[in-house]
Design a protein around this ligand. Structure first.
Ligand code: MET
Ligand SMILES: [Zn+2]
Length: 775
């Protein structure tokens, strides 16, 4: 037994808070530091200011317990690796700041660590590398320093740490290790470092620590569940430690819940928006931090539902704390700033600030709700719901009776104009029509977004520039991008997407059923943020969206210019979506709008149309049992969107962070003529998949990691292409970067593409210069 006597957990909390800054202050400070304009001290000062503002704001909103260590200069998984000294040898030869950013972004000649999506969100984390000899130790004091910093401001905080099991499960084995090694094997060696940290926090007088274990909501093996028991029995057995809150989120912990409940941790965090009221574990001795306010959407919480969940949990637990379902990292700061939004819509919405207020109000409602006279069994729960409380202040919750079911037919057979023929037939028609060389070189769509263009867009929005002025700037940029690609010798050109602020937002702005925000930024990775649109109504395309830009680009060159569209799954995945329709029906509505656009592009003479689905894997349910059904309808939606194209029109898709290796069958089922995937950054992991050899259509495994400022050498690119040529026939290999170029500078892009073309031309010599043929 532990000697710890925890002070009770306050009545309300949040699991985490946005950190980029309400005005993206951190983004600006980071980019200024990276460019050499700002100093490290300036960056630190911005960080300190943002942390202070957050703690003060949470206090002002009445929150009982504020988290700390939720701030990060780049990523909290990377912070954890650094904290426990899991820094690969090749990065050590530099200052701590340089090593940190080299792991995140690469540096002179040094590639960064892999980056991938954080569970089913659009946040990306840096994947730590753990080897058999990684020497874990408590090497930093970031969590302690933030506790002290908050305390100096008069705020007591609960440090948030990534839990040891999730940390190791998210890590990848260091290269060159023995086969069969998994980072989780190193748990016994990692735990002492966590112990030292907990002891140090206890010595600092910290009452509670939060250990995040979102990995518990995915399917876990017996061995992994045993690791959960081992970890938390051991940390729980420390005689000098803070009380422990282990937070699961993004779903239901299932079998991991009894495993966790069977350890001495004092509190367990449950996502009650996505997960169920626990029935399978004895929580009578535990505090349950009940996530009833969603950290994943922008809708007001229904107080009746939230309260009945809280009351049901109160029946089973020693104490209930009202909280968010997960960190608020995934929502913007403050909906009140969105003064351009239709007030009726705005009143249905809640961003981080509003969600904190909801948590506080729900805690008050819960405290005021008398305990029911008898235990609530699952069967009787419906009848024992408390009377509906009034809406939480500041807005209206979503209507309590859902709107009627969607009018979208549930067919899995895509409606089509002609219906597409089998690939072999299409490929022959396309080869004839396009006459491309072997190893055709192309890009993923966007070219660098210049400051001039961003300013022009802002000026257009503010009425300082008229439509014609803006249009001519965009046209000039298209002309420049086309000329550049011709000069560099690319085979399939793009118009560069200069008219797009963002690949989803742009379409949302042109489709009915969406609203866009002005300040609703959400961190995607590092300094990168997106402003997810709000999909709140039925989606329709009132008129063609991209056709005039494509037509103009096509008029400037004899080479094919790809039409560039965002796919239905990605448009939905990167938006905040209405919750009154099944997600599938919403995606099908968007697919129909995309199909209209595909047809119009084809009618305008566009011979190649790319429909990007980088988020295909992101929406994949975390539990295997639900994955096939999702993939089936996601593939249907894609085929529906592209089914209007004739055989001669070449359909491309692009998947970058989709971790295509994990869903290769679904990627195949999309039936796109050419698929481009991220590969450079993940060191060609996809190409090592046996299934790739059976991939029967065109494939471009990215040869240039565009998430790093580093320019790859031609020899390196050639090596990547040879790797592709070892598993695929030459006439199906495409040459392209990992992703769009919009975050890079023209200098970097020109140098990199020069090398890409050089490598392709060099190899082309080995594979005879002949038009692409089939069979
Ligand atoms: C995140 S995928 C990006 C694809 C888009 N066509 C671009 O090039 O930017
Ligand atoms: Zn991409």
């Amino acid at each position: 037994m532990t000697a710890v006597r925890p002070s009770p957990f306050p009545a309300s909390t949040v699991l985490g808070y946005p950190r980029i800054g309400p005005h993206r202050e951190l983004k600006r400070a980071l980019e200024s530091y990276w460019s050499g304009h700002g100093t490290w001290e300036e960056l630190e000062a911005t960080g300190a200011r943002l942390r202070e503002e957050t703690w003060r704001r949470l206090g002002a909103l009445g929150l009982g317990a504020a988290p700390s260590n939720t701030f990060s200069y780049y990523d909290h998984v990377l912070d954890t690796a650094v904290l426990f000294d899991a820094v690969p040898e090749r990065y050590r030869d530099r200052s701590p700041e340089d090593a940190y950013f080299a792991m995140a972004r690469g540096a002179d000649g040094l590639a960064p660590l892999r980056m991938t999506k954080w569970f089913d969100t659009n946040y990306h984390y840096i994947v730590p590398e753990i080897g058999i000899d990684t020497a874990f130790r408590l090497a930093g004091d970031k969590p302690l320093a933030e506790v002290r910093e908050a305390r100096a401001l008069g705020v007591d905080t609960r440090p948030v740490l990534l839990g040891p099991v999730t940390f190791l499960l998210l890590s990848q084995p260091a290269p060159g290790g023995p086969s069969g090694f998994a980072p989780l094997d190193r748990l016994p060696d990692l735990l002492p470092a966590y112990e030292r940290l907990l002891e140090a926090l206890a010595a600092e007088g910290v009452g509670w620590v939060q250990l995040d274990e979102p990995a518990l909501v995915a399917d876990r093996t017996e061995e992994e569940l045993a690791a959960v028991r081992t970890a938390y029995r051991r940390l729980g057995a420390l005689t000098s430690r803070p009380a422990l809150l282990v937070a699961s989120y993004f779903g239901d912990p299932g079998d991991a819940l009894p495993a966790l409940a069977d350890t001495p941790v004092e509190a367990i965090g449950l996502d009650l928006v996505r997960g169920r009221i626990p029935e399978n574990a004895d929580l009578s001795g535990k505090t349950v931090v009940a996530g009833v306010v969603s950290g994943r959407d922008v809708w007001r919480t229904r107080p009746d539902r939230a309260l009945s969940a809280l009351l049901a949990v109160r029946e089973r637990a020693a104490r209930v704390v009202v909280s968010t379902s997960c960190s608020l990292l995934h929502v913007p700061y403050d909906v009140e700033r969105e003064t351009d939004l239709d007030p009726a819509l705005r009143h249905r919405m809640a961003f981080a600030e509003q969600k904190v207020a909801e948590v506080v109000e729900l805690a008050a409602l819960l405290a005021a709700s008398p305990a029911p006279p008898r235990p609530v069994s699952p069967a009787s729960r419906r009848g024992s719901e408390p009377p509906t409380p009034p809406p939480l202040s500041g807005g209206e919750p979503a209507p309590s009776s859902p709107v009627p079911p969607s009018s979208v037919p549930a067919t899995s057979v895509p409606a089509s104009r002609e219906g597409r023929s089998p690939y072999a037939v299409r490929a022959a028609a396309q080869a004839e029509h396009l006459r491309l060389p072997v190893l055709p070189v192309t890009t993923i769509g966007s070219f660098p977004q210049t400051g001039e263009l961003r300013e022009a867009r802002a000026a257009l929005g503010a009425g300082r520039l008229d439509e014609d002025g803006y249009e001519s700037l965009v046209r000039a940029e298209i002309a420049r991008v086309i000329a550049l690609q011709e000069r560099l010798g690319l085979d399939v050109l793009v118009h560069g997407e200069p008219e797009r602020n963002d690949m989803v937002q742009y379409f949302a702005e042109h489709l009915d059923g969406f609203a866009v925000t002005r300040h609703g930024w959400v961190q995607s990775y590092g300094s990168r943020c997106t402003r997810p649109p709000i999909l709140h109504g039925d989606v329709r395309r009132p008129e063609p969206i991209t056709v005039r830009w494509s037509r103009y680009a096509g008029s400037l060159t004899d080479r094919p210019v790809k039409g560039m569209l965002t796919g239905p799954v990605t448009i939905v995945a990167w938006s905040f979506v209405r919750d009154d329709l099944p997600l599938r029906d919403v995606v099908f509505q968007v697919a129909d709008a995309v199909r209209d656009e595909v047809r119009d592009l084809e009618d305008a003479g566009v011979a190649i149309i790319q429909v990007d689905e980088p988020a295909l894997r992101e929406l994949l349910p975390l539990r295997r049992a639900s994955q096939d059904a999702y993939l089936a309808w996601a593939v249907d939606a894609y085929r529906r969107a592209t089914s209007g194209a004739g055989d001669r029109t070449q359909i491309h898709t692009h998947l970058c962070y989709s971790d295509a290796d994990q869903i290769i069958a679904a990627v195949d089922a999309l039936d796109a003529d050419v698929t481009s995937v991220e590969s450079a950054r993940s060191h060609a992991r996809l190409l090592r998949e046996p299934a790739v050899g059976g991939f029967e259509r065109g494939l471009g495994a990215g040869v240039y990691d565009i998430h790093s400022p580093r320019v790859p050498e031609a020899a390196e690119i050639e090596e990547s292409l040879r790797a592709a040529l070892r598993v695929l026939p030459a006439d199906r290999v495409w040459v392209n970067p990992d992703c769009g170029l919009k975050t890079r500078t023209y200098g970097e892009v020109e140098a990199a593409l020069t090398n890409v073309v050089k490598a392709a031309h060099h190899l082309r010599g080995d594979h005879q210069c002949r038009p692409l043929t089939v069979e």
